[in-house]
Design a protein. Sequence first.
Length: 255
Amino acid sequence: MDRAISTQESLNEEEDLILAPENFSMVEPGVYRSAFPRVKNQAFLIRLGIKTIIPLVPEDYPAAMKEFCARNGILLVSTCGVDGNKWPFKEIDADVLSKALHYVMHQSPSLGRGTDDNCVADAGGAAAVAAVAYTYRPCLFHCNKGKHRTGSLAGSLRRLRGWGLSAVVQEYHSFAAPKARLEDQRFIEAFDPESFKRMLVEAGDRTPEEMAEHSRQRKSLKYQESGANQGNDNDGNDMGENGGRENSSMEGFGS
């Protein structure tokens, strides 16, 4: 009888365990990274006060986790899924990962922009970051294993915060080893903090989704203008060589 009671108490204790997702870690106050969270991690996420989950995987989210997010008022961002860097077949979409980082960095306009206008924490970094009114924090971003795509986003945030590249790569390896990818490290190295800061200033009060669409339209316009200018140059060359005949290559422009 005592053994049966002991077994039941043990089962109850297991049900009450607060389990963090695999590869879980705090990146900075209000920002967390991990592998794919499971049902068994839900109590931990609630205890952590997670407000936003940013999956970096293109696959559809499990129904149980969708229901969990809806039930607890957690924003599930479904537009930041990317393929991992698996050269030469697949690579991370830099624009999508930039949008994910925008979710992490977006500040609430109604609450002021705090002390983080330059996106670089000072010597008392944790206190400075904690004082800013971010829109989507506390947030969790993750991929499947919490290593490669997650490490690429975390590395970009570290560089935004002014970390040296060697320190960023060392942290990446601490999560990704023994399967670190050179392509991820190159992606982190190629990240331009100054360009991202300018994007945040330009974004203003736009949401990450609105800013992503704005950037897409702007790139499309630049592409069209570039093609038109190239076409005009070709027309000019053809006029000199062919007596003003129309350049046939322009017929399919924009198709």
